[in-house]
Design a protein around this ligand. Structure first.
Ligand SMILES: NC(=O)c1ccc[n+]([C@@H]2O[C@H](COP(=O)([O-])OP(=O)(O)OC[C@H]3O[C@@H](n4cnc5c(N)ncnc54)[C@H](O)[C@@H]3O)[C@@H](O)[C@H]2O)c1
Length: 362
């Protein structure tokens, strides 16, 4: 069987998925959609796609099977809910949601509509995450004691332009702002997907950069923290530490480590190391960590090759009517802990409970 796909949102990120959907052997038809007519026309021409729609409302009325929503982060949950209610299977870019209420509504909509929902967390298919998931399954870590996940991205590395593009006329130094822990899923995903556990409690702290021009109280976010560090208790008894840094003298990365009673994994800019009680060795992490249809395997795409895996996971889930690995129950566990961590940081590190929506139905 093959399916039809509509890609909604053709800004900086969306177009990097178009060729993978076009090449997938189980996709019969690809349509494009954006509010900006010039962007839509340019992408339709570049990727030789005739079928286009000028809004999410319009594409929801079409007979397309599944929508890939890569719009501004604060729109994902509402648009996913709208699309599922219109009978579409849905993939959204991260974050899945922007509040605990939106997490709740997303879960309820998936349950009520029965549509397939997947979240596009790129870190899930990073070579180091795939490697550590395999090691954990084999029991090579023993009991996992502690995990770390970090997303370092200095504001000067393109983030002001990204924000200007997303907010348009609403953008402004004294208007927009940000809260790092509201974009936590790149770092949180590693701890959850490797341990199979989830975050239950958090205590967090925030760093205020003196006279920060961007992280300010007079913005939408009312947030002064440019960097936030959170310490979590996990449901399996292990501990996780997450850093979301936007002011940092660093080229930028998503970095992760695992420490277990029998083995450990460390990862930094210099590479990856496997360690146990007898010593350590530098390891190469294969990019081709699981099978893919041939046209996708030849060109894995961006974010450490994760794009091809994300595309295949979504197409295959819809085609086989199976639960995607980054389903809605997994996706809310990647973002809700960040919202509570930010609240804890605002309250000076108060230990707070993290809500959980349970595991997917069997
Ligand atoms: N590694 C990653 O996972 C990663 C990397 C980059 C971006 N992202 C995510 O991708 C998303 C998109 O980022 P971007 O930089 O491309 O944003 P962007 O602002 O450049 O693009 C968003 C596009 O969505 C379109 N849009 C919004 N509402 C629409 C509607 N109702 N109908 C049709 N089109 C609509 C806008 O017109 C715009 O062209 C963000 O949410 C971001 O979090 C994830």
């Amino acid at each position: 069987m093959s399916i039809s796909i509509g890609i909604v949102g053709l800004g900086m990120f969306g177009p990097s998925f178009i060729s993978h959907y076009k090449k997938h052997p189980d996709v019969s038809r690809v349509a494009l959609c954006d509010l900006k007519a010039d962007r839509l026309a340019q992408m339709a021409k570049q990727f030789e796609i005739e079928e286009t729609y000028s809004s999410l409302d319009e594409i929801c009325k079409s007979d397309i099977d599944a929508l890939v929503i890569i719009t501004q982060p604060w729109l994902h949950a509402r648009q996913a809910i709208q699309a599922m209610k219109a009978g579409k299977h849905v993939y959204t870019a991260v974050p899945a949601a922007q509040s605990l209420d939106e997490c709740d509504e997303l879960i309820e909509t998936v349950k009520k509509t029965g549509m397939i929902y997947m979240n596009g967390e790129t870190s899930y298919f990073y070579p180091e995450t795939a490697f550590c998931r395999k090691k954990a399954k084999e029991g090579a870590f023993g009991h996992i004691v502690y995990t770390e996940g970090e997303y370092f991205h200095d504001m000067s590395h393109g983030l002001y332009d990204v924000s200007k593009g997303r907010w348009g006329a609403q953008w402004g130094w004294d208007k927009t702002g940000d809260a790092p822990m509201y974009y936590p899923s790149h770092s949180i995903c590693f701890s959850i997907s490797v341990t199979g556990a989830y975050m239950t409690e958090v205590s967090a702290q925030g760093f205020i950069y003196p006279n920060d021009e961007w992280f300010r109280k007079d913005t939408i976010w009312k947030n002064e923290f440019s960097n936030e560090v959170a310490l979590f208790r996990m449901s399996d008894g292990s501990i996780a530490r997450i850093c979301e840094f936007r002011r940092i003298g660093h080229p930028g990365c998503v970095r992760s480590c695992v420490y277990g009673t029998e083995g450990s994994f460390e990862h930094n800019l210099a590479g990856a190391v496997w360690a146990d009680k007898h010593g350590s060795q530098v390891i190469q992490l294969p990019m081709d960590h699981e099978p893919l249809p041939e046209p996708l395997a030849k060109d894995l795409g961006g974010h450490s090759g994760s794009h091809a895996y994300l595309v295949h996971e979504f197409v295959d889930s819809v085609n086989r009517e199976r639960l995607p690995r980054i389903n809605v129950w997994e996706a809310v566990r990647y973002c809700a802990p960040g919202f509570v961590a930010h609240e804890s940081a605002l309250r000076g590190g108060e230990l707070l409970k993290i809500p959980d929506w349970g595991d997917p139905p069997k």
